[in-house]
Structures are given as C-alpha cells and as structure tokens.
Ligand binder design. Structure first.
Ligand code: SF4
Ligand code: ZN
Length: 135
C-alpha cells in the first residue's frame, strides 16, 4: 500500500475515533464544569452531589438547548472555536466564568474528560458557517 494512502486511512480512522461520542461528551463536560463551579462558589445549591443552584441550573438548561439546536449538528466544533457564537451575551459571560474557574481544575478532577475536550478543541478549528441555521 502506498504511504500516502496509508496516511490518509490512518487520519480518517483517527478522526472517527476522536469524533466518536462527541456530542454526548460535550454535554457531559459542560454539566461537570457547571457542577464544579456551582459546588465551589454558590452556597444556595442543594446537598445532593449533582445539585445546582437556580442560576446554574438555568445556565445548564440553556447550554443543553444550544447544543441540541447547534447548526453544525454532529460536526459541532467546541463553542470556543465557533464562528457563530449563538449564545446571548450574558450567557456567554456566565459560561466564560464557569470555564475560567473549572477549566484548570478539570485536569485534576476529571482528567480523561479534560484531555478529550482539549483534543476536540485542537482538532476542530471553527468550520465555516453552515448554510442553514436551526437557531
Ligand atoms: S452554534 Fe457555535 S456557539 Fe452555538 S452551540 Fe453550536 S458550536 Fe456552540
Ligand atoms: Zn450555582
């Protein structure tokens, strides 16, 4: 087999492995990050491990809806690499605060999720805008 053919097949296989379960993983990552942020910063959350305060629960619901309605569908980039930025300004600021706080802590508390999210960010650099938007 010529080297170039082998290289392209390897790249496709690598891409498929990277993209596998991308959206469920993204949902899980944002849920974990908001939970981590809320647990350390908001006293008014419930006692259950996954409990969130009202503000964070709303933010999580909003983020889940954005992922569900994302114009890119299965090929969704990480939101940080997205040329559309469909979040409302105040929601974007909220998510930034969550990321700033939870991002560095993810490596210690959820290393696999953190590394896969980093790889997702590095392997999908802002695709062009899709022609039809669902948002
Ligand atoms: S359109 Fe962009 S910002 Fe909105 S959910 Fe999709 S990737 Fe994230
Ligand atoms: Zn909270």
């Amino acid at each position: 087999m010529p080297a170039s053919s082998y290289d392209s097949k390897t790249s496709i296989l690598f891409f498929k492995i990277i993209m596998k379960d991308r959206l469920p993983r993204e949902r899980k990552t944002i849920r974990v990050m908001i939970n981590l942020f809320c647990r350390d910063n908001h006293a008014d959350r419930g006692k259950a491990p996954a409990a969130l305060c009202d503000e964070c629960r709303e933010l999580l619901g909003y983020a889940m809806k954005r992922i569900e309605r994302c114009s890119y569908g299965e090929e969704k980039p990480t939101c940080a690499n997205c040329p559309i930025h469909c979040y409302k300004l105040d929601r974007r600021e909220q998510v930034r605060s969550v990321m700033r706080y939870a991002g560095p802590r993810m490596i210690r508390r959820h290393p696999v999720l953190a590394i896969r999210h980093l790889i997702d960010g590095k392997t999908n650099h802002g695709p062009p805008r899709p022609s039809k938007r669902k948002t």
